[in-house]
Design a protein around this ligand. Structure first.
Ligand code: HPA
Ligand code: ZN
Length: 334
């Protein structure tokens, strides 16, 4: 494929996005606009100065700036506008279904009511479906660095929204915070009817991927690259068809794979693991889902059939019912 053919193929490819932090879709311009109207003081004098700070050495460096940016979000309307802006970008990238993470503890710790956060997001998801036909699910992520007790509090706040939050997940600083620390809160979440996912094997070892599967009984692994070091685990991911939600531009920007030609996506795809391509925190990592498809396709020389398979996995790996999955897969050109 020529470069133009590749871009056109990716743009036209129907897809689902399964790894997107809504707070990570806060573009610098919107961040400044919201900070101004909410009278939030920022550390950076301009959009340009803020963008210059987006040169990350590792996950923690990014997280510090990402949590600081989230401070601009104060009112239900902010969460609504943030989510609508993301949905418009996703729609333009031919995303037909999206599963969005949110980090409630980042907001409740600042005194923002849980209800404002969730209502803003849910109203936008409903309007996005009406306006653009994008279906969606919402996933609550616990922040690892805040520990178990705080996660239990977040879960408690989510109970009234059980019908609108499909799953719980686990994000933030990975090393030193193994999935085992969250076993009890994940047990409770499953008892309450939530599905489970977890970030694992981004900066942490393959053992964290195993723990997420064995102790948190996750349906998907977010990232999961470290499994490449563990032959038995690779076999298991293929045998059990565990989806991995990979995020190439995030990996490049966070120095997980500064050189994308060394990224394990293609090897895992060829081993029969249902890997997918996603944008993680697009406002911070330089691109939405199609930019991620393009970057990894170029780095690994992906073929049309590889790309098609990635799109199929995005639908099969979603939390949609079988019927809608089949309908969406049928929209992918042969
Ligand atoms: N990893 C962990 N936590 C996160 C990420 C990530 O890539 N993005 C937002 N929170
Ligand atoms: Zn993530």
């Amino acid at each position: 494929m020529t470069s133009t053919e590749l871009e056109e193929y990716i743009s036209a490819l129907p897809k689902a996005e399964l790894h997107l932090h809504i707070e990570g879709s806060l573009e610098p311009e919107m961040l400044f606009e919201m900070a101004a109207r909410n009278r939030v003081r920022l550390k950076y004098a301009s959009v340009e100065a803020l963008k210059r700070a987006y040169a990350f050495g590792n996950l923690q460096h990014f997280l510090d700036i990402y949590y600081a940016g989230a401070d601009a979000l104060r009112r239900e309307q902010d969460f609504y506008e943030l989510t609508m802006a993301y949905l418009r970008k996703a729609h333009a990238d031919r995303v037909l279904h999206t599963e969005i993470f949110f980090d409630p503890q980042t907001h409740t710790a600042r005194g923002i009511p849980f209800d404002s956060v969730v209502r803003g997001i849910l109203d936008a998801l409903a309007d996005g479906e009406k306006e653009m036909g994008i279906s969606s699910r919402l996933i609550l992520c616990f922040l690892r660095h805040l520990g178990e007790e705080s996660a239990f509090e977040a879960l408690q706040m989510a109970l009234p929204y059980r019908d609108h939050i499909v799953a719980v997940g686990l994000d933030s600083s990975e090393r030193g915070f193994p999935p085992s620390l969250f076993r009890r809160v994940f047990d409770k979440a499953r008892e309450e009817g939530f599905l489970t996912v977890a970030h694992a094997g981004e900066e942490g070892p393959a053992a964290y991927v195993r723990e997420a599967l064995d102790l948190l009984l996750v349906r998907r692994i977010d990232h999961g690259y470290a499994a490449i070091d563990d032959a038995d685990l690779l076999e298991r991911l293929a045998a059990e068809q565990i989806p991995l939600t990979m995020c190439p531009l995030s990996n490049q920007r966070l120095q997980v794979y500064p050189d994308l030609t060394l990224h394990p996506l293609k090897e895992m795809l060829d081993r029969g693991i249902p890997v997918t391509v996603n944008s993680d925190d697009p406002a911070y990592f330089g691109g939405y889902v199609n930019d991620n498809f393009l970057a990894i396709s170029r780095a690994l020389n992906l073929s049309r059939s590889d790309l098609r398979l990635l799109a199929v996995h995005s639908f099969t790996g979603s939390f949609l019912d079988q019927e809608r999955k089949a309908d969406l897969i049928a929209t992918i050109p042969a």
